[in-house]
Design a binder for this molecule. Sequence first.
Ligand SMILES: Nc1ncnc2c1ncn2[C@@H]1O[C@H](COP(=O)(O)OP(=O)(O)OP(=O)(O)O)[C@@H](O)[C@H]1O
Length: 310
Amino acid sequence: MLEAIQLTKTFKNTQAVKGVNLYLEKGETVGLLGPNGAGKSTTISMLSSLVRPTSGDVLLKGESVKDQPQHLREILGVVPQEIAVFPELTAYENMSFFGKIYKLPKSELKQRIEEVLTLVGLEQRQKEPVKQFSGGMKRRLNIAVALLHRPEILIMDEPTVGIDPQSRNYILETVKKLNEEKGITVLYTSHYMEEVEFLCQRLYIMDRGEVIASGTKDEVKNILSSEHTIEVEVEKVNPAFIEKLEGVPAISSVTSLDKKIILLAPKKINLLEDVFDAAKQTESPLKGIQIKAPTLEDVFLHLTGRKLRD
Ligand SMILES: Nc1ncnc2c1ncn2[C@@H]1O[C@H](COP(=O)(O)OP(=O)(O)OP(=O)(O)O)[C@@H](O)[C@H]1O
């Protein structure tokens, strides 16, 4: 339905996006995952025709949107990261303002506003000025604005950052409902692995401007299917201990995070003895050891050497 072909964006000296390919099939919810600065917002701005690519193209139903972004805008709803509503106006007045911009017929406007405000759970609060809303309520209103013109595709840029858990759950449930009941195709940008796990059928992982892994959730986890993760808890990370572990041939990656050292190694190999030996030789007291199946978070760690939320 919507496809990015070798999208690239360079800002002065920064190559924010470096040849990204991705696609959305009708009816899917797709996750775009990556840490801050990975290039997610720039990618979706190009996908939505808000930013012109340095090179590459965006295809809607197989046709380039470069010279005709209007058709894309008609069927696309974009929920930006920043809240883009007027604080002095009520929720209803905000919706009415954007409805007029979208040129919704007057006869339809009132009913449509009520429909979308109900969808995001704000129908009871529609007469209140937005400045009285919590951060989560403002974000829900932001989503309502994007839905006003009945888009077929919804692109959401980290819609749950910095809000209370209740609003977050509400937003996640709303996105699920929009996809499952209304058939809206969703591209959901996030740096929360668990949100993508809950919502999406497929995902793209971006880092430093590039897609570094993609596929269904299982396909991405299978990148590490023959590996297991060993989490070693320590009182203090001792560089000599890390160095010793890095010297163990069977360990494919060693990452230290706070007071945890995360090791990846083939499932067949029992590493416990090597870990205990390394700890003893470097006089590093251990607080605990856990062996786990890899998660999407581990895949990210393995591919980049960093945690998603550094
Ligand atoms: N208008 C701009 N001018 C210059 N550099 C920019 C501009 N927009 C983005 N960048 C840079 O491009 C890179 C990618 O930024 P982008 O906002 O796309 O990442 P992101 O993955 O969405 O991160 P975040 O979660 O922080 O929004 C960053 O290094 C950023 O500083």
